[in-house]
Write a protein that binds this ligand. Structure first.
Ligand SMILES: NC(=O)c1ccc[n+]([C@@H]2O[C@H](COP(=O)([O-])OP(=O)(O)OC[C@H]3O[C@@H](n4cnc5c(N)ncnc54)[C@H](OP(=O)(O)O)[C@@H]3O)[C@@H](O)[C@H]2O)c1
Length: 293
């Protein structure tokens, strides 16, 4: 990639951290967290876009507290629904490419096969509704954009299922984990590397649109937990807990979640020749990175 200014938003989030690593060496990367660019403050977006004047915007910032969004739908909508639209209008004005991330939660989970990009959307919760609004606002802005819908994101940092399981695994002898919701656990690092290779291939010629981007394979939350404890090094003083599968009806959450979150990555592979690793391999890589820390 020739040196172009790259603006990364959400710099302190799971994906934002990995995007900074993946785009290291590009030349001119400006990575901003919430304190420098607050997506809830639309003026802040206009100011940053004018001052930074990027060629590429990687928007990893989002309101991601899925359950809390049920009681804060306005704030979630401002950050996930309206702000991406403002970013897209600004990107279009200055001729920048906007890369944005969305979610499996735009779907209702009712399909029996992996979801493709133009399957009907029907979010079950406020977070999904706000992310869907963001997708629509970006498309309406009329500029160049890539929206990567992903799922079950985790990394060595932040709040995520892997870190929760490792913590609970040290404290408990038994865990009960939902086994009737399926998806593809996806590492922030795999997303960031795939984003870099797509952007490297040519920013001017991208086909704007929505692409699914997850690690390959699928499992349930219970299967993910079992694999974590099979692969992670056990603590010195105890063995990992046994994991028992339970239906989601026995683990009620404020926000309803889809049963089938598996996304087909065929469009991404067909258009860009890019595919992400199998989720088990990506898990190994993350555990190794955590052990080396
Ligand atoms: N995590 C998942 O399982 C998952 C699944 C599907 C799709 N996605 C999508 O993937 C993308 C990256 O998610 P992630 O997992 O990296 O999330 P994350 O770790 O929660 O990071 C999100 C970042 O956005 C920041 N943020 C929140 N509100 C903001 C605001 N008003 N202005 C500016 N920044 C704000 C957060 O800052 P603070 O730390 O200050 O709150 C945080 O650093 C998001 O678009 C998300 O919707 C995530």
């Amino acid at each position: 990639m020739t040196a172009k200014r790259v603006l990364i938003l959400g710099a302190q989030g799971q994906l934002g951290i990995e995007l900074q690593k993946a785009f290291d060496g590009v030349g001119d990367v400006v990575a901003l967290g919430r304190q420098s660019c607050d997506l809830a403050n639309l003026e802040s977006i206009l100011k940053v876009m004018t001052e930074v004047n990027p060629a590429i915007v990687l928007n990893a910032a989002a309101y991601t507290a899925v359950d809390r969004a049920e009681s804060e739908p306005e704030l979630a909508m401002r950050v996930n629904g309206e702000a991406p639209g403002v970013l897209a209008v600004e990107a279009s004005r200055i001729g920048a490419l906007l890369v944005h991330y969305s979610t499996d939660y735009v779907f209702d989970g009712s399909k029996k096969a992996p979801w493709v990009e133009d399957d009907p959307v029907n979010p079950l919760n406020e977070y999904g509704r706000t992310k869907l609004a963001g997708e629509q606002k970006i498309a309406e802005a009329g500029g160049r954009y890539l929206i990567f819908r992903t799922s079950w994101v985790y990394s060595p940092h932040g709040n995520n299922f892997l870190r929760t399981m490792l913590r609970l695994g040290r404290e408990r002898e038994q865990l009960r984990v939902v086994n009737n919701q399926i998806g593809a656990p996806t590492t922030a690092s795999a997303l960031a590397r795939a984003t870099r290779s797509i952007v490297d291939a040519g920013v001017q010629s991208v086909d704007s649109g929505i692409y699914h981007m997850t690690c390959s394979g699928q499992t349930s939350w219970c299967g993910f937990a079992q694999e974590i404890f099979r692969r992670a090094r056990a603590p010195h003083n105890k063995s990992w807990p046994t994991v028992t599968g339970i239906p989601d009806a026995e683990y009620p959450t404020l926000a309803k979640r889809p049963k089938n979150s598996v996304l087909s990555n065929a469009k991404l592979k067909g258009r860009f020749g890019v595919s992400l690793p199998r989720w088990e391999d990506a898990l190994d890589e993350t555990l190794e990175a955590m052990a080396a820390d």
